[in-house]
Design a protein around this ligand. Sequence first.
Ligand SMILES: O=C(CCCCNC(=O)Nc1ccc(S(=O)(=O)N2CCN(c3cc(Cl)cc(C(F)(F)F)c3)CC2)cc1)NO
Length: 241
Amino acid sequence: MTTLFIADLHLSADRPDITNCFLQFMANETADIDALYVLGDLFEMWIGDDDNSPFHQQVKHAFKQLTDSGIPCFFIHGNRDFLIGKRFSQETGVQLLNEHTVIDLYGTPTLILHGDTLCVQDIDYQRYRKKVHNRFIQWLFMCLPLNRRLKIGAKMRGSSSENNQRKDADIMDVDATAVLDMLQAYQVNHMIHGHTHRPNVHQLDVNGQAATRTVLGDWYDHGSVLVITPESSELQTRQFG
Ligand SMILES: O=C(CCCCNC(=O)Nc1ccc(S(=O)(=O)N2CCN(c3cc(Cl)cc(C(F)(F)F)c3)CC2)cc1)NO
């Protein structure tokens, strides 16, 4: 009885090393698990489900093989791949979850999310996020031809990495009050998220009760996976293969 959590792989065609690490993980680490949860930023960019490049087909096929084998797979959108939609879900068998979802993890109610909604001090980002999560804006964007959206994406990726280098590192981490507020709002004592690329297990106190916030790590030539069983919880960073 094992459930796995991954996030922040930032897969892209120009990083085949990370894609291979992911494919090795899917081939060697997911046999007879109960479920796989992907908590956002699976891809470095996603400008619509109609972007069906060979790279995307390769990744989608790996998920399809897993779900066809009867292992449920769930996805929560990240700040990069928030446009992943119904077609991706139908092509892969991956079930799309709401941005904040409480699951029963072997009897322990646990809030799972990407983590960018906890970065409340980054006002600019939250303003941008509100705009691009607006259904009408998303509809307008998807009306654009694919190559136009690819160009906009490439441009935004460029400015995004520049912006992030300028931002103070702290405002890009989660806000401690937002974490407590969210645990209380969802009435849980456990949270799992990604986004910050700061893998760790934080022990917290929520109204006198012990709580944990587990942060998944980003992928490079090593993967980061949270391995949960009814008896244990282990955040692993390692190579797969
Ligand atoms: O953590 C922090 C900081 C976090 C830093 C976040 N940076 C970050 O996410 N960058 C980023 C994410 C996605 C891409 S993209 O290429 O995949 N792509 C771009 C165009 N997208 C779009 C969609 C819609 Cl509906 C509408 C538009 C519109 F209207 F703007 F044109 C564009 C779709 C997605 C490119 C860069 N703070 O705490």
